[in-house]
Design a protein around this ligand. Structure first.
Ligand SMILES: CC(C)(COP(=O)(O)OP(=O)(O)OC[C@H]1O[C@@H](n2cnc3c(N)ncnc32)[C@H](O)[C@@H]1OP(=O)(O)O)[C@@H](O)C(=O)NCCC(=O)NCCS
Length: 336
C-alpha cells in the first residue's frame, strides 16, 4: 500500500514525522475510539494497485449520534490509471455501506483529476480557510483586501486577547495529554452545535497524542479545576496549523486565549503563520478576525454519498440547512 501511495503522491505522507511512513500508515489504518477499521484495495495479478482508506469517526447531528465515514488516500498506481479503477473503487464503496447508514461528510479533494469526477446527490457547505501570518509583510498581504480597519484592529486585538478583563480567572498553558477534563468539556460543548464530530479524550488521544500522527501540541485554558477551552496545533516545516479547538459555551472568553496561545506556540516552534478551517458563519469567525486571521480561501464540505439512501435523510437535511451551526475542523479529516 505504501508503494502505491508513494507512486501516486510522490512524498507520502507530505508532513514532517518523527516516525516512519509505514508507522504512519499503520496508525492511519488503526482502530480509533472503538471503531473497527475497514479499508479497500484493488489487486491486479496479486499486486496492490489501488488504495482507499476509510476515515471514520462519530458525529452528533441534531442531537443524535451517527457513524461518520469518508474515503481517504484514494490512490491509483500511475501504471494503472485511466482504466476506471478509481471510479470502481468509489462505486464499490456503496453496497457495503447500504446495511449500515452513516453520515458521510468529506472534503472535496483539490486534485484536478478528482475535481472532474462526478459525485451526484451531494450537499455542499462552504468551509473557510483562515490564515494569520506571523511576519508583517505577509500579514499586510493577506489583509490588504480586508481594508484598513482590519489592519488597525488586528495588532491591538492580540494584546486584547491576553489582557481582556473578562479573561481574568482563566489560565492558559501547554498540556501534555488528553485527560478526563477533555471528556467533561466535550459533554458541556457538544450540544452547542447542530453538527459536531466527537471530541472525546480517547479519540483526541488517538488523533493527536501518538508520534505516528504528527507533531501535535496542545494548549488548554482552565478555570479552576475545569478545562474550558483547548486548541491543538501541528507544525511541519514552517507551516503551522490550528487543527482543532473547542470551548465551553459558558466561557466564550476562553476561546480567544486558546487561539492566541496556539499562535504563540506555533510561532515559538518556528512556523511562519497559522492556518485553520472553519465552516462559514462559525461563531469563532469574529474572534479569528480580532486575532489577526483573514479568510484566504474556501473549500467544500460534501455530505451524502454517491448513491441514494446511504446517508440518513435527517443528516442531509440538517447539514444542508444553511442555518445549522457546524463545528468542523481540519482534524475531522485525514489532514495530518
Ligand atoms: C485521481 C486518481 C485516483 C484517478 O485514478 P484513475 O484510476 O486514473 O481514475 P479513473 O480512470 O477511475 O477515472 C475516474 C474519473 O476521473 C477522471 N480522470 C481521471 N484522470 C484524469 C485526469 N488526468 N484528468 C482529468 N480527469 C481525470 C475520469 O474522467 C473519471 O471521471 P468519471 O468517473 O466521473 O467519468 C489517480 O490519478 C491518482 O491516484 N492520483 C494521485 C492521487 C490523488 O490525487 N488522489 C485523490 C486525492 S484523495
Amino acid at each position: 500500500m505504501l508503494q502505491v501511495l508513494r507512486a501516486a503522491y510522490g512524498e507520502w505522507p507530505s508532513v514532517d514525522l518523527d516516525t516512519t511512513p509505514l508507522e504512519h500508515l499503520r496508525w492511519k489504518m488503526s482502530a480509533r475510539d472503538g471503531l473497527e477499521p475497514e479499508h479497500l484495495v484493488i489487486l491486479v495479478d496479486d499486486q496492490i494497485v489501488v488504495t482507499r482508506l476509510r476515515w471514520q469517526n462519530r458525529i452528533q447531528v441534531g442531537g443524535r449520534t451517527y457513524l461518520n465515514e469518508t474515503g481517504a488516500d484514494l490512490a491509483v498506481h500511475p501504471d494503472f490509471r485511466g482504466r476506471g479503477l478509481a471510479r470502481l473503487m468509489v462505486d464499490t464503496w456503496v453496497p457495503e455501506f447500504r446495511a449500515d447508514p452513516k453520515a458521510s461528510l468529506s472534503m472535496r479533494s483539490t486534485a484536478p483529476e478528482v475535481q472532474t469526477m462526478d459525485f451526484p446527490d451531494e450537499i455542499v457547505r462552504p468551509i473557510n480557510t483562515w490564515h494569520r501570518p506571523f511576519r508583517w509583510r505577509a500579514y499586510l498581504g493577506v489583509h490588504r483586501r480586508a481594508g484598513l480597519g482590519a489592519l488597525l484592529r488586528a495588532p491591538a486585538s492580540w494584546r486584547w486577547a491576553i489582557r481582556h478583563p473578562r479573561a481574568e480567572g482563566l489560565e492558559l498553558r501547554e498540556l501534555e495529554s488528553f485527560d478526563q477534563r477533555f471528556d467533561r468539556l466535550w459533554e458541556s460543548a457538544r450540544n452547542a452545535f447542530d453538527v459536531i464530530p466527537f471530541r472525546t479524550a480517547a479519540y483526541l488521544a488517538w488523533r493527536f497524542a501518538r508520534p505516528e500522527a504528527g507533531n501535535a501540541s496542545i494548549v488548554g485554558v482552565s478555570a479552576g479545576e475545569d478545562l474550558v477551552a483547548y486548541a491543538v496545533v501541528k507544525r511541519s516545516g514552517d507551516v503551522g496549523q490550528l487543527q482543532d479547538l473547542l470551548w465551553h459555551p459558558d466561557h466564550p472568553q476562553a476561546l480567544p486565549l486558546a487561539i492566541e496561545g496556539a499562535a504563540h506556540l506555533l510561532r515559538s516552534q518556528g512556523a511562519s503563520g497559522v492556518t485553520c478551517w472553519l465552516p462559514e458563519r462559525h461563531p469563532a469567525e469574529q474572534i479569528l478576525r480580532r486575532a489577526g486571521f483573514a479568510a484566504v480561501g474556501r473549500q467544500s464540505l460534501l455530505a451524502g454519498s454517491p448513491s441514494e439512501g446511504l446517508t440518513p435523510a435527517e443528516v442531509l437535511q440538517i447539514v444542508g440547512d444553511e442555518s445549522s451551526s457546524m463545528h468542523i475542523t481540519m482534524s475531522d479529516f485525514d489532514w495530518v
